[in-house]
Write a protein that binds this ligand. Structure first.
Ligand SMILES: [Zn+2]
Length: 228
């Protein structure tokens, strides 16, 4: 039955389910359709239309003025799409040598085009990785999400401490290209030297080189304390 549902889902529907999953991560409340519209850069009307369609397929529950919640079936498809995305990014970086900024757009396309058979082979070839090269957990075939170590955003980290980069938000290609240019990778060491109170920009030291990051750039990096 699930296989039937998966084949019926078009690209935009999978993206829609994936976005609801991401927006529901830290709340039990329904996700508002206007929030989804904002994230996916589509109109509120298009979002409500899609909510009705997916509700008819039993992939989510939709209450006008309240928002949407994924059903178990919808959650399974969202997790499967995330799994394909993250496995592709891992594969492209590890085997083809693509960099942080290059893989996301490719994975956005491939995640909708790959059979379960090929995905399982790629997973096996990569030796069943738990995290992708951006530090995001890769759901297992059974839909279990590996637990990420407790991270703190660099914007909230303590001045004078040294951290390890554990995760990077990679939706902005320009920022990712900038990190690559600076030689920043996952698990790079980063010392937080100072933070400017007037705009929250930070002074950091990476590989003994000093950089200044705006608050927007710093907000992409998630770190753990080196000495824990
Ligand atoms: Zn990505």
């Amino acid at each position: 039955m699930l296989k039937f549902i998966v084949t019926m889902i078009t690209i935009s529907k999978e993206d829609y389910l994936k976005e609801i999953y991401a927006l529901s991560l830290f709340t039990d409340e329904p996700v508002s359709t206007s929030k989804i519209a904002e994230k996916l850069n589509i109109t509120n009307a298009a979002t409500s239309d899609m909510a009705k369609k997916l509700s008819a397929l039993d992939l989510l529950s939709y209450e006008k003025y309240k928002g949407v919640k994924l059903t178990e079936k919808g959650r399974t498809i969202a997790l499967n799409t995330i799994r394909r995305h993250r496995l592709w990014e891992t594969f492209l970086i590890k085997t083809l040598g693509l960099n942080w900024g290059e893989v996301h757009d490719e994975a956005e396309v491939l995640e909708h085009q790959t059979s379960e058979f090929l995905m399982d082979r790629i997973d096996q070839f990569l030796n069943f990785p738990e995290f992708d090269p951006h530090g995001d957990p890769i759901p297992t075939k059974e839909g279990l999400m590996p637990v990420l170590p407790e991270v703190v955003c660099l914007t909230e980290a303590e001045i004078g401490k040294t951290y390890i980069i554990q995760k990077v938000d990679h939706d902005n290609k320009e920022v990712m290209d900038y990190f690559t240019k600076l030689g920043i990778e996952l698990y790079s060491e980063i010392a937080l030297e100072d933070r400017m109170k007037f705009d929250n920009s930070v002074f950091v030291s990476i590989n003994n080189i000093r950089h200044t990051f705006s608050q927007q750039v710093a907000s992409k990096l998630f770190v753990v304390n080196k000495n824990i």
